[in-house]
Design a protein around this ligand. Structure first.
Ligand SMILES: C[S@@+](CC[C@H](N)C(=O)[O-])C[C@H]1O[C@@H](n2cnc3c(N)ncnc32)[C@H](O)[C@@H]1O
Length: 323
């Protein structure tokens, strides 16, 4: 993927943002939507307002990046990529937000946090965020269902459960279960909009996961505690506090399921490495590898810690038992 062995790899990485910039623009100008359907060069030019010779260059580059397939004059976004499109617009907004605050530099020199989610005063941003998170909800729910098997999951708590999309998908798979979604107050309108009051088995608790009292209260009667794509958003001490509070308050035998990306020190550079930059600029500085995280869970008093890789993804699921 990169010019690993070449001396110009310093330039390669300095300039890698150019492809990101092109990709973001392709999303904004409707090129990726057109490519999802499949288009020829002229058609892409028509859909975007781009010059046909420019469109041809973009298609060549996206093809070389492995994003676009080409067959008999027609170009198509590789089908497995389409569900991630919604994340591009979000990524652009987050990028702009961090840029405007000089987050990366501030995180490098201070212990401030620069979490855009602490600054959720824009309902359009919250709605876009919730929609982006929901894109993977079905897949996540299916994986969680597979991991917990037939074990009892009568009461499920989803810590950092966003607008409740994962809970809603799981509710369809676990018809007898009741759900609690804990997230910031700003996510409540998105929860209400998504749920439309229809699923009375899912309740929303507005609270801060950095508050041990909130966490302990939420997990008290739970059989299953979910922490999906959340650990990396919490500073070291806040994550430890959450895990201690959850383990201390939950019923013995309850299961914790964590999903996250964990630092890898070998193998090709991957999405996880880019996410480390993200978490650094937020001030969370999460950089556990799987051994660090396993040790963290054991320190918090969890037992039976097990790790499951996800085929085709850099994410991992980690399960552990209370008591
Ligand atoms: C990346 S999203 C993951 C959403 C969902 N769990 C999923 O996997 O699709 C992280 C969620 O954690 C929530 N979150 C992060 N820090 C939080 C905090 N300190 N208190 C409450 N919620 C928090 C965010 O608001 C957001 O909804």
């Amino acid at each position: 993927m990169t010019t690993d062995a070449a001396p110009e790899r310093l330039l390669f990485w300095a300039m890698a943002y150019k492809l990101s910039e092109l990709l973001m623009l392709a999303e904004r100008d409707g090129a990726l939507a057109a490519l999802e359907r499949g288009v020829g060069v002229e058609e892409l030019a028509g859909a975007t307002g781009w010059r046909p010779d420019s469109a041809a260059i973009v298609l060549t580059l996206l093809g070389r990046a492995g994003l676009v397939e080409h067959d008999a004059g027609r170009y198509r976004l590789s089908p497995e990529l389409t569900r991630y499109r919604v994340l591009l617009a979000l990524e652009q907004r987050l990028h702009d937000w961090h840029r405007s605050r000089d987050s990366l530099r501030r995180a490098l020199v201070s212990d401030e946090t620069n979490d855009p989610l602490d600054d959720l005063d824009d309902p359009a941003f919250v709605a876009a965020f919730a929609q982006a998170m929901a894109a993977t909800a079905r897949e996540t729910a299916l994986r969680v269902r597979k991991i917990i098997g037939s074990a009892g999951a009568a009461r499920v708590v989803d810590l950092g459960g966003g607008d409740g999309s994962v809970a809603a998908e799981l509710a369809g798979l676990l018809p007898a279960a009741r759900f609690r979604v804990v997230d910031r107050p700003a996510l409540h309108p998105a929860f209400q909009a998504r749920a439309d009051g229809a699923n009375h088995r899912i309740e929303f608790i507005a609270g801060d996961l950095r508050d041990a009292v909130v966490v302990a209260g939420a997990v008290r009667s739970a059989d299953l505690i979910l922490l999906l794509n959340v650990a990396h958003l919490l500073a070291d001490h806040a994550l430890d506090r959450l895990l201690h509070a959850a383990r201390g308050a939950a019923k013995p035998g309850a299961t914790l399921v964590v999903r996250d990306m964990f630092r890898q020190d070998d193998g090709p550079l991957a999405l996880t490495d880019l996410m480390l930059v993200d978490w650094l600029r937020c001030g969370a500085r999460f950089c556990d590898d799987i051994a660090d995280f396993t040790a963290r869970l054991k320190r918090a008093g969890f037992s039976d810690v097990a790790v499951r890789a996800m085929p085709g993804s850099v994410d991992k699921f980690v399960t552990a038992t209370v008591g």
